[in-house]
Design a protein around this ligand. Structure first.
Ligand code: ZN
Length: 229
């Protein structure tokens, strides 16, 4: 694309409008091929079962991200978008600042090249900041001074959220670490999957039985980078 633009403009000249016909001052128009060549692509998936107004989504993300050279977005399928940026730094900043959400739904992003078919890109892993809380009855745990650790994890949005993990000390004793998700978007306390509220859950469970609860939510937000919409 850059080459064709460059070729098309290479032989153009321009003249000052104020100059008379007889003493026109011609200069070659300089086109920096690199400036127009840079395009960077990101596929995005909004994990939600709600309908989304595309124009509003596009304008909101552009306002939040404020890419210095602008961006384009196309909706390829419902809730799947192809973003085009024009500056490497814009893309890197947006990817570094994950996770992003829009209207309480997680927005999964993945950088792609145009050699990939955007329709085939797998977009099931969402990044979250998770606080690791050690059960309080672990009196002799080495790190008991700290309340919790924070790590960024990739969550498979097709699977139920993990509530925690079990770890083994050097002594062979097992203990439990609870996960608390920071800025968790809409998720279901019946099946534990992101993207829908429990009243829209398709899982058949006895009334009142909810395997998940607000224990999954971190109380301390600590200013995690997110759109927070
Ligand atoms: Zn559910």
């Amino acid at each position: 694309m850059a080459t064709s633009v460059d070729d098309a403009l290479a032989n153009l000249t321009f003249a000052d409008l104020e100059e008379g016909e007889e003493n026109q001052h011609h200069e070659r128009l300089h086109v920096d091929a690199e400036e127009v060549a840079d395009e960077f692509y990101v596929m995005g998936r909004l994990v939600t079962d709600k309908s989304t107004r595309f124009a509003f989504f596009r304008d909101t993300m552009a306002t939040v991200w404020r890419p210095t050279r602008g961006m384009n977005v196309r909706e390829l399928q419902p809730h799947r978008y192809l973003f085009r940026f024009f500056l490497e730094k814009d893309v890197q900043r947006i990817i570094d600042d994950e996770p992003w959400s829009y209207e309480q739904s997680v927005l999964i992003l993945k950088r792609i090249t145009l050699r990939e078919d955007p329709e085939d890109v797998s977009l099931n892993l969402a990044e979250f900041w998770v606080q690791l809380h050690v059960k309080t009855d672990e009196r002799n745990f080495d790190y008991s001074i700290r309340q919790f650790f924070r790590i960024k994890i990739a969550v498979d949005v097709l699977k139920p959220l993990k509530k925690g993990i079990r770890l083994k000390k050097d002594s062979g004793e097992w203990f439990t670490v609870d996960f608390k998700y920071e800025l968790l978007p809409t998720s279901c306390f019946v099946c534990g999957v992101l993207g829908h509220a429990e009243k829209f859950c398709s899982k058949d469970v006895s009334p009142g039985v909810k395997p998940y609860n607000a224990e999954l939510l971190a109380g301390n937000r600590r200013g995690t980078p997110t759109a927070g919409l």
